[in-house]
Write a protein that binds this ligand. Sequence first.
Ligand SMILES: N=c1c2ncn([C@@H]3O[C@H](COP(=O)(O)OP(=O)(O)OP(=O)(O)O)[C@@H](O)[C@H]3O)c2ncn1[C@@H]1O[C@H](COP(=O)(O)O)[C@@H](O)[C@H]1O
Length: 111
Amino acid sequence: MATADHHQVLEQLAALLEERKGADAGSSYVASLYKKGRAKIAQKVGEEGVEVALAAVGDDRDELINEMADLWFHSLVLLADANLTPADVLAELERRFGLSGLEEKARRAQD
Ligand SMILES: N=c1c2ncn([C@@H]3O[C@H](COP(=O)(O)OP(=O)(O)OP(=O)(O)O)[C@@H](O)[C@H]3O)c2ncn1[C@@H]1O[C@H](COP(=O)(O)O)[C@@H](O)[C@H]1O
């Protein structure tokens, strides 16, 4: 896939994950995750997060990319299971543009 198409990958994968809701768990890893349920999917996200942290400390570029891809993938499955999309998360990140992290933290402390 060409670099210019990279921004479409999240949407394409999300569409595929949506399709997998009707798939057979025996022939699709994603369908097998849906079948195991939200808690199992959430557990996978947690495990992949830990693996990302370990890879980062190990300072191995390829390992970090690999583990981050696993984390993003399982996070997308979790979003789909919750009937949310990458666009929902991207919209939230977009909303935060221009708002410094420290400023945001201070606002939260006031709530
Ligand atoms: N991007 C991915 C992707 N990344 C990682 N994985 C799978 O995630 C699993 C994670 O491996 P682990 O060792 O952590 O887990 P495990 O030991 O297999 O599973 P557990 O027993 O821990 O649950 C592996 O089986 C990987 O193959 C993925 N599986 C699917 N996709 C995408 O999802 C699409 C649909 O997949 P299927 O539903 O399987 O057709 C594929 O075409 C891909 O685009």
